[in-house]
Design a protein around this ligand. Structure first.
Ligand code: NAD
Ligand code: UFG
Length: 338
């Protein structure tokens, strides 16, 4: 069984490639490397001892994708490729709509023409917006995104639902990720952000390694136990394993299935900082700054549906997430660059 992994050299994609290979799937990776390094694929080969093909191809390039489908026998796609920086999406909305939405449409057209109708899509908890109450569950109506990145996730979910309505032969899985952090325990693959990290954990990791001075905590006046924002942090390896379970199920059926991939536990910014310090024995200086526009107070999953239908549950602890992040960062202070 051969799986096309778009964005397979990215952060979540590379970890999922490891688990796909470990589970006995063959994989074909497509990436344009706009936010990743081909070295991630070498590291995946090293971790698993297995080889696979990597195509440098933009998913908006229909002809390029078509060729790959002609050369390879592909049974399903896991679709990670996309731009993901919330702040940047507000500066460059057209680039985000063009890349994420048109890229997905191009991929779907090529898949349809090749008769490959199983897709697992990287959605996000951001689709719940600020209208719903935590814990978020899959039966809640989709909310309003506060930024173009989030809007692309909502649109793409709609496109995939419409596609299924038009042709019941499709099998669509919409996986709504909460906050993926951590790295493979080998320390060989991990998150490698360009420039100044937007997200909490990579920022903390860069302070620990001496690249940044101090964390600014975005607000301590939220209605949460310690006043700082609460999120559902999930170890990227648990998230990757969730994809395997979703794929196993999707291959045997048709329809649209939506799953939250989270732990169901909310931790505050201060919980993360304190655990990182404790587990790794490093200092993380911080100060309280103003709230970041667009942030919500709390975001965590009800993860019961994935447990019930997929038999999947996140197992790694916050301490595991902090330890594995640091193991990756200290061994690769410049990411995949030496
Ligand atoms: P990432 O940037 O590390 O990986 C995305 C990959 O897609 C990169 O390797 C990039 O080079 C590639 N890519 C982007 N546009 C492409 C295109 N047009 N053609 C080919 N390749 C392209 O990001 P990630 O954190 O691994 O996220 C993977 C997916 O999960 C994304 O769709 C993201 O929106 C979604 N997601 C991520 C998070 C998170 O916090 N990391 C949360 C929710 C959802
Ligand atoms: N935070 C800080 N300081 C920082 C960075 C973040 O205090 O320097 C805080 C935020 O205010 C928030 C928490 O840490 O309370 C987590 O922030 P992240 O930026 O790490 O993550 P978000 O929850 O804002 O966003 C993430 C992904 C989005 C996705 C969203 C969906 O980055 O792509 O989860 O749940 F849409």
């Amino acid at each position: 069984m051969s799986i096309l992994v778009t964005g397979g050299t990215g952060y979540i994609g590379s970890h999922t490639c490891v688990e796909l290979l470990n589970a006995g799937y063959d994989i074909v990776v497509v990436d344009n490397f706009c936010n990743s390094s081909p070295m991630a694929a070498d590291r995946v080969r090293e971790i698993t001892g297995k080889d696979f093909k990597v195509y440098r191809c933009d998913i908006r390039d229909r002809d390029g994708l078509k060729k790959i489908f002609e050369e390879e026998k592909i049974d399903a796609a896991i679709h990670f490729a996309g731009l993901k920086a919330v702040g940047e999406s507000c500066q460059k909305p057209l680039e985000y709509y063009e890349n994420n939405i048109w890229g997905t449409v191009a991929l779907l057209e090529v898949m349809r023409d090749a008769g490959c109708k199983t897709i697992v899509f990287s959605s996000s908890a951001t689709v719940y917006g600020s209208e719903n109450k935590v814990p978020f569950n899959e039966t809640m109506p989709v909310g309003t995104a506060t930024n173009p990145y989030g809007t692309t996730k909502i649109y793409i979910e709609n496109i995939l639902q419409d596609l299924y309505k038009s042709d019941n032969g499709w099998s669509v899985s919409l996986l709504r990720y909460f906050n993926p952090i951590g790295a493979h325990p080998s320390g060989r693959i991990g998150e490698n952000p360009n420039g100044i990290p937007n997200n909490l954990m990579p920022y903390i990791a860069q302070i620990a390694v001496g690249k940044r001075e101090k964390l600014s905590i975005f607000g301590d006046d939220y209605p949460t136990p310690d006043g700082t924002g609460v999120r559902d942090y999930i170890h990227v390896v648990d998230l990757a394993l969730g994809h395997i379970k979703a794929l196993d199920r999707a291959l045997g059926k048709t329809g649209v299935d939506i799953y939250n991939l989270g732990t169901g536990i909310g931790y505050s910014v201060l919980d993360i900082v304190k655990t990182f310090i404790e587990v790794n024995g490093v200092d993380i200086p911080y100060e309280i700054g103003p709230r970041r526009p667009g942030d919500i107070a709390e975001c965590y999953a009800n993860a019961d549906k994935a447990a019930k239908e997929l038999g999947w549950k996140a197992e790694r602890t916050l301490a595991d997430m902090c330890r594995d992040t640091w193991n990756w960062q200290k061994n690769n202070p410049n990411g995949y660059e030496n």
